[in-house]
Design a protein around this ligand. Structure first.
Ligand SMILES: [Fe+2]
Ligand SMILES: [Fe+2]
Length: 266
């Protein structure tokens, strides 16, 4: 069974390059489960319900978010309106980090079944190193896994520090199908199968404009570093690439057999 995970979509350039490639990648690799990180899909900041619907139309099964989840206020109602068991409802398929404060809007895990009937779960966790303080992602993972029956479990670990991401990979090795990092917007070349059968990559990388500073117009970011002054950030457009990772697993055991990095441009 093949699972496609598309890294953080950034702005209109990211949406365009994903629209161009996601269909043929899903087809060529016979993808059964498509997960897309969409936290920067709306102009670099958050996600709108309309863009979420567009990504589902392109074949996404589950959308993951991250620290930018609340940037577009209209998403709050969209993701918090469905009941937990409304798995066919698209807004229920947009998840935010599970270790946010108890009672935060929305859901941190989605459990569903593929078209061929394979049960799966997608969990999102957010790191705590160099990020806003939130609950422990390690123990949150333990608590969630205790209640998940599906063998195929994909974890999106939205975190800044490579060490925290690698550590969670080892911590969950053998207990989930894949631990894939998001948030830094820089793809890492360390994709591998860990010793007990979990596919791991520190960061899948951004699906967005690479002539930029992690998606933002490069001049604006350089100016901020030079001046130390706040300024408006705008999404860049140049050199868009779709970064994604393909994980092959045994649907009966959930163990990963292969992991492959993908980077496609114009
Ligand atoms: Fe991001
Ligand atoms: Fe992020």
């Amino acid at each position: 069974m093949n699972i496609l995970f598309v890294g953080d979509i950034f702005g209109s350039a990211g949406r365009r390059i994903v629209r161009e490639h996601i269909g043929h990648v899903r087809e060529v690799h016979n993808v059964e489960l498509t997960i897309v990180n969409a936290e920067n899909a709306a102009g670099g900041f958050g996600l709108t319900p309309q863009i979420a619907e567009d990504l589902f139309d392109l074949g996404a099964d589950v959308l993951t978010m991250g620290n930018h989840v609340w940037d577009k206020k209209e998403l709050i109602d969209y993701i918090s309106s469905p009941k937990p068991e409304s798995t066919e409802c698209r807004p229920r398929r947009v998840i935010r980090p599970a270790n946010f404060a108890p009672g935060a809007p929305g859901y941190g895990v989605f459990e569903g079944a593929t078209a061929s009937g394979v049960d799966y779960a997608v969990i999102q966790l957010q790191g705590r190193v160099f990020m806003n303080p939130i609950d422990d992602p390690f123990r949150t993972a333990d608590a969630l896994l205790a209640g998940i029956k599906a063998k195929v479990v994909v974890v999106d670990f939205h975190a800044e520090a490579t060490s925290e991401k690698v550590a969670l990979g080892w911590y969950l090795d053998g207990r989930v199908t894949a631990v894939l990092g998001t948030h830094t917007h820089i793809p890492t070349a360390d994709e591998r199968i860990l010793l007990n059968g979990t596919a791991f990559q520190t960061d899948v990388g951004m699906s967005g404009p690479y002539d930029s500073v992690i998606g933002v117009e490069k001049e604006l970011v350089v100016h901020r570093f030079l001046s130390g002054m706040p300024g408006k950030f705008e999404a860049a457009k140049g050199n868009p690439k779709m970064c994604a990772t393909l994980v092959t697993c045994d649907p009966k055991t959930g163990r990963a057999a292969a992991i492959q990095r993908i980077m496609l441009g114009e």
